[in-house]
Design a protein around this ligand. Structure first.
Ligand code: ADP
Ligand code: ADP
Length: 231
C-alpha cells in the first residue's frame, strides 16, 4: 500500500514549453483518484512523470515515503494500463498475463498462482487458453488490466484505458474496474489508483476523488458528489 504525493512538481519540455506549473497533490493510500481536464491540460504528462516515463523538471514525487524522481519505472512499484494495450498476438491469454513475471524470473508455480488469481478477479478464467485474436475488445482490455494486476504493484496507473472501446463496453468496463478496486482493497491488496480520462462519466462514477486540471494547473480536488452537485 502506498500514498502518492506531488510536491511543487513542474515539467518543462525540451522545446521550452512549460506543461506543468508546480502542482501539489496527495493521493491517499488505497484511494482511486481520477485526473480530468481538456485535451492538452497535462494529465498525461503528470501521469507519465509519476510512472517514470517522463523526467521531472522541478519539485518532488513520492510513492510512499520514497522520493522517486530519479528511479527507473520498474523500481517504482507501479503498473500502468494504456489505451493501446497491444497484447502479444502469438501468446495465449495465460502467457500474456504471465510474461512480465517470467521476465522477472518468478517460479512457474508462483506465475501460475498470480495469473490464476488475476484471471479470477477479471473473470478471464475461461479464456486463459485463447489467443488475442479470439477475444472481444473488452476481453482484450481486461487482459491488459490483468497484466498490471499480476505484478502486484503498490500503485495502478491508467491512461485513458477505455478510449478505444465502444460506449457499451466502456460502461461495463467502468463497473469492472471499480469493482476490481473494491475487491483489491477488501483483500488488503494495494489499490492506490491514478486514472486519467477526459470522460466526465468515468470521473463521476469511478473516482473516490477527482482532480481537475487546466493548462498545467490543478483547479480543484474533491469528491464527485461535491464537484458535481447542483449550484
Ligand atoms: P522531449 O520529451 O525531450 O521534449 P520528445 O521526443 O518527446 O522530446 O519530443 C521532441 C520534440 O517534439 C519536443 O521538444 C517538441 O518540440 C515536439 N513535441 C512532441 N510531442 C509534442 C506534443 N504533444 N505537443 C507539442 N510538441 C510536441
Ligand atoms: P493531456 O494528457 O491532458 O491531453 P499532455 O500531458 O499530453 O495533455 O500535454 C500537455 C501539454 O504539453 C500540451 O500542450 C502538449 O502539447 C505539450 N506536450 C506534450 N508532450 C510534449 C513534448 N514532448 N514536447 C513539448 N510539448 C509537449
Amino acid at each position: 500500500m502506498a500514498k502518492v504525493s506531488f510536491e511543487k512538481v513542474t515539467k518543462v519540455y525540451s522545446n521550452g514549453f512549460k506543461a506543468v506549473h508546480g502542482i501539489d497533490l496527495e493521493i491517499k493510500d488505497g484511494e482511486f483518484m481520477v485526473m480530468v481536464g481538456p485535451s492538452g491540460c497535462a494529465k498525461s504528462t503528470t501521469l507519465r512523470m509519476l510512472a517514470g516515463l517522463e523526467t521531472i523538471s522541478g519539485g518532488r514525487i513520492r510513492i510512499g515515503e520514497a522520493v522517486v524522481n530519479n528511479l527507473a519505472p520498474k523500481e517504482r512499484g507501479i503498473a500502468m494500463v494504456f489505451q493501446n494495450y497491444a497484447l502479444y498476438p502469438h501468446m495465449t491469454v495465460r502467457e500474456n498475463l504471465g510474461f512480465g513475471l517470467k521476465l522477472a524470473k518468478l517460479s512457474k508455480a508462483d506465475i501460475d498462482k498470480h495469473v490464476e488469481e488475476a484471471a479470477e478477479l477479471l473473470e478471464l478464467t475461461p479464456l486463459l487458453d485463447r489467443l488475442p485474436r479470439q477475444l472481444s475488445g473488452g476481453q482484450a482490455q481486461r487482459v491488459a488490466v490483468g497484466r498490471a494486476i499480476v505484478k502486484r504493484p503498490a500503485v495502478f496507473l491508467f491512461d485513458e484505458p477505455l478510449s478505444n472501446l465502444d460506449a457499451k463496453l466502456r460502461a461495463s468496463m467502468r463497473v469492472r474496474i471499480s469493482d476490481l478496486h473494491k475487491a483489491l482493497k477488501k483483500s488488503n491488496r494495494s489499490a492506490t489508483t491514478v486514472y486519467v480520462t477526459h470522460d466526465q462519466t468515468e470521473a463521476m462514477t469511478m473516482g473516490d476523488r477527482i482532480c481537475v486540471m487546466k493548462d498545467g494547473h490543478i483547479m480543484q480536488v474533491d469528491t464527485p458528489a461535491n464537484l458535481y452537485k447542483a449550484p
